[in-house]
Design a protein around this ligand. Structure first.
Ligand code: ACO
Length: 403
């Protein structure tokens, strides 16, 4: 086999870095994170200010094009997205063809992949106009496809989007209205969901963004690259954490166990139970997004008049953790997933849709990073090396001689 010394001769030093924990495969001007200080900024703007004042599509524009849009630019951007929410009729059949009990993330991934078969006029990464059109198409059609993933699971007809509505209103209508046309989303819910999307919009070189960049580095089109992002996000270690928080709170509620006893079990590490929604690879201080999410939870539950024991349980767990040496020493604070599930539930989303909501939120970040990569003259096909640990050369053994 090739020795480490041989690799060095060929490529210079090879770094063994499982999980890429110390490898920066790219420079980026999109998102800044200081995990020690609990800071997250997009294009220099603090996440708190964007979540407070901005809209989802305004943040998408900022991430992708680098500047906050003028009123005229934003109006045009929003209009060109909101008029593209419909899917080709044959693309709708892809959704109908899939099994009802399929995971909505798998359905969404199939839909996103299929975009490159239906919209072949916008596949060329070297043509800025085509990149622009595919960007608008993705932003417009992803919420429609996400809602269709839900409708398929419920055996409901795939109703048409209503393009007189905003993107988020339209999405909520596609999710929750039956074919009757009189569904009107609560404005407080619309704004809250928009804020949650903003809080998920980008998080620099996470697993799914890296997947998008990696596929894009081979010259693949935007739709195919984004479908790789959806695939990565479907993994429980990445996008699935909010679902697991919900299961944890449900189990705790059903068992009637004292939260203090549960926390002792977490700390003892006996059966490797973790406090889901706590801790983060990068944030070693309070996740700035989590602070905001808690406020949204209060607003939405109050508005909808929902009393959810799970919120009280979550607050109790947080209160215990914030005063407990185990969590303090290890810098374990709530992450963005700790309270989001409670809000999604209050809005009426089933648990299996939580990761799909994350995908809609994260889409602008994926697109921005893909575009940054294809416009970067330093971008190369991502092709890491390995440290080979297998057999040295050996001679083929005919099958009748094998034991
Ligand atoms: N509950 C209890 N103990 C924990 C937790 C937790 N949630 N998270 C970390 N620890 C402990 C570990 O047992 C370890 O203890 P030790 O030093 O005694 O061995 C120490 O804290 C450090 O933990 P690591 O796993 O090394 O930290 P890492 O940075 O690799 O992990 C992670 C980060 C994976 C997020 C972890 O905190 C975790 O599993 N959290 C729960 C799952 C979760 O909420 N994930 C969502 C992440 S955010 C997102 O994807 C949007």
């Amino acid at each position: 086999g090739v020795s480490v010394a041989g690799l060095r001769k060929e490529t210079g030093a090879v770094t063994f870095d499982p999980g890429f924990m110390n490898t920066a495969p790219t420079t980026s001007a999109i998102t800044f994170i200081d995990g020690e200080a609990g800071i997250l900024r997009h294009r220099g703007y603090p996440i708190e200010q964007l979540a407070e004042h901005s809209s989802y599509l305004e943040v998408a524009f900022l991430l992708i094009y680098g500047e906050l849009p003028t009123k005229g630019q934003l109006d045009q951007f929003v209009h060109s997205i909101e008029q593209r929410t419909l899917l080709d009729e044959n693309l709708k059949r892809v959704f109908i063809a899939l099994p009802r009990d399929a995971a909505p993330m798998a359905v969404l991934q199939a839909g996103v992949s299929a975009l490159s078969t239906f919209y072949q006029d916008s596949l060329d990464p070297s043509d800025p106009e085509q990149v622009h059109i595919s960007t608008l198409r993705l932003l417009a059609k992803m919420p429609t496809m996400a809602a269709y993933a839900h409708r398929v699971a419920n055996g409901q007809p795939l109703m048409y989007p209503d393009n007189s509505l905003s993107l988020v209103q339209n999405f909520l209508r596609l999710m929750f209205a039956f074919p009757v046309e009189d569904f009107v989303a609560d404005p407080v819910v619309v704004r809250a969901l928009e804020q949650l999307f903003i809080l998920h919009a980008d998080h620099e070189q996470n697993c799914s963004a890296t997947a998008v960049r990696l596929v894009g580095s081979a010259g693949a089109d935007l739709f195919s690259s984004i479908s790789a992002g959806v695939a990565a996000l479907s993994g429980p270690a990445h996008g699935g954490a909010n679902t697991r928080v919900m299961h944890m709170l449900d189990d705790l509620r059903k068992s009637g166990q004292d939260p203090r006893v549960f926390m002792e079990k977490v700390k003892s590490k006996d059966d490797s139970t973790r406090l889901m929604g706590f801790g983060h690879r990068v944030y070693k201080n309070y996740d700035p997004r989590a602070k905001f999410v808690k406020g949204i939870a209060d607003t939405v539950l109050e508005r909808l008049g929902i009393h959810d024991e799970r919120l009280e349980l979550a607050m109790k767990l947080e209160e215990i953790a914030l005063r407990d040496e185990y969590f303090i020493e290890r810098h374990l604070y709530p992450n963005i997933d700790f309270y989001t599930g409670i809000i999604y539930k209050a809005m009426g989303f089933p648990t299996h849709m939580f990761t799909v909501l994350f995908a809609i939120g994260r889409l602008p970040g994926w697109i921005a990073q893909w575009q940054e990569a294809i416009n970067d003259p330093d971008t190369k096909i991502m092709r890491p090396r390995q440290i080979y640990t297998g057999e040295a050369e050996r001679a083929y053994v005919p099958i009748e001689e094998r034991t």
